[in-house]
Ligand binder design. Sequence first.
Ligand code: F6R
Length: 233
Amino acid sequence: MQVIKVADKVAGSQKAFEIIATGMQANAKVLGLATGSTPETLYQKMVDSELDFSQTTSINLDEYVGLTADNDQSYHYFMNQHLFQYKPFKNSYVPNGNASDLDAEAKHYDQLIDDNPIDIQILGIGQNGHIGFNEPGTPFDCGTHRVQLTQSTIDANARFFANEDDVPREAISMGIASIMKSKHILLLAFGANKADAIAKTVNGPVSEDCPASVLQNHPNATIIVDEAAAANL
Ligand code: F6R
């Protein structure tokens, strides 16, 4: 696991952008993407760049259950707003949180990942160490699946909703095993509220108590942290 420390979110997003640009020059064709506040500046840099994604496939990590793609809190909507409306990809996949059979959708999504192996997977990290919506306790061998969100994640995501009751209680998420298939994993963490999770991820035991600690077992994982998120390293 390589840890890159940078001054702030802008510098970290620039570093991540350069890794993606270099990867694409070296023929990376499939990007795994995340939502949330962490990758927003990176996506802005991608939008402002000359990079052409028309031959690139994107596969998103997760989606809430029960929100339609045009709901402004859905991850489909987030991706359209921040990236896809400006930079169309060849194909962009986000799990369908409205599928009538969510288990079948999860299976289908893992097949999609096997058919389109992810070259570079972007990750954020939850304060409890989650990656995607893989909350503490999620088995490492788990593929894409339906998830009950923990109270910590509901509280953290409530800032995006009018009130906490509106935060969906379930999501569909790539599993840890699905994420670990990516050839290169790029986890970004900015801000003091990520410092504990980053310390456990980098220096803690590899344990389901901190899902991101599994990245210690990945042959090509890069963690980009700003000074605040690196405070406990
Ligand atoms: C989002 C995702 C989540 C977030 C994490 C951090 O697609 O999978 O794991 O990356 O909750 O969220 P932010 O970036 O808002 O702090």
